[in-house]
Design a protein around this ligand. Structure first.
Ligand SMILES: [Zn+2]
Length: 289
């Protein structure tokens, strides 16, 4: 202990704390630049230095997608909680409780309906902030509810994906959500209701292997990781170096899995244009484009 550690350091720390509270600055996950959170939020969580699209919360997604004050959240049906009484390092039931408190959400999917530049739409957002957006039985129920609402309202369904895949704590029940969500998409297709997927970083595992790849139109945010298994797993399996940008939005656009790579700032007008085209209310200039 010295005068420096006892007296000077606390003083400096106290001063810094007063000037720069933890929630004021954030480092860009990609280029490391220090960014003012207030400015970052105004810029839709896009780094102004390197254009990196950082993660977004469910509320931000809704606010950026719908017209101001135009959306209503849907109460989603409940599913059996922890049917396998699963436990790894922690009890699954405790994990769920923690995630609910931390994210202020009930599950990894949130659904709302409203308007996008005046066009009606149902929007389902996968919440990465809730157990990495994993898909369990409650997610399946939520997805089906979103599809049913789109069907009842005869309005397009837009899904924002962000997921680590199936939720392993629910074992086979989580895998069962793959065919369930596929059937929900099929229900929309049979009724001629547009189904649009917006891929955000990261979209992986059972989500990519089911409803996420079945969109009529696939939009992706720049440089989002989209794939089934991670690149390292594939590299170790095939013993080959993967091409640059493998499993990223731009690579998938080149290879036909994605139709549009759109910056977050262009998303609302892009979605609105697609909705107008699909509902046949597009302006003549849009039809030519
Ligand atoms: Zn950056």
């Amino acid at each position: 202990m010295s005068w420096l550690t006892e007296f000077v350091r606390p003083k400096i720390q106290g001063f810094l704390k007063k000037e720069v509270p933890d929630n004021v600055w954030k480092n860009c996950d990609s280029c490391g630049q220090m960014l003012l959170i207030k400015d970052l939020e105004k810029n839709l969580n896009i780094c102004p230095h390197c254009n990196h699209h950082m993660r977004a919360s469910v509320t931000q997604r809704f606010d950026w997608t719908f017209d101001p004050n135009s959306y209503t959240r849907l109460d989603l049906p409940k599913a059996p909680v922890d049917p396998l009484q699963f436990k790894d390092k922690k009890k699954y039931a405790d994990r769920l409780k923690e995630n609910k408190t931390k994210s202020q959400l009930d599950e990894s999917i949130v659904v709302a309906h409203g308007t996008i530049e005046g066009q009606k739409a149902v929007v389902a957002v996968m919440a990465f902030e809730f157990m990495a957006g994993t898909m369990g039985a409650a997610f399946g129920e939520g997805f089906i509810a979103a599809a049913r609402l789109a069907l009842a309202q005869q309005t397009p369904l837009i899904v924002y994906t962000a997921s680590g895949g199936a939720r392993m704590q629910e074992g086979m029940l989580s895998l069962m959500q793959m065919p369930r969500t596929v059937i929900a998409v099929e229900m929309l297709k049979e009724a001629g209701i547009p189904y649009i997927v917006v891929f955000t970083d990261p979209t992986t595992g059972g989500v990519t292997a089911s409803f996420a790849m079945l969109g009529d139109i696939h939009i992706a945010e720049p440089n989002a990781l989209i794939g089934f298994a991670g690149p390292r797993v594939i590299e170790n399996t095939v013993h080959e170096k993967l091409p640059e940008g493998f499993q990223r939005s731009e690579y998938l656009l080149e290879h036909g899995m994605v139709d549009i790579v759109a910056s977050r700032k262009e998303l609302r007008p892009t979605l609105a244009k697609i909705l107008r085209l699909l509902s046949n209310t597009a302006q003549p200039s849009e039809k030519v484009a």
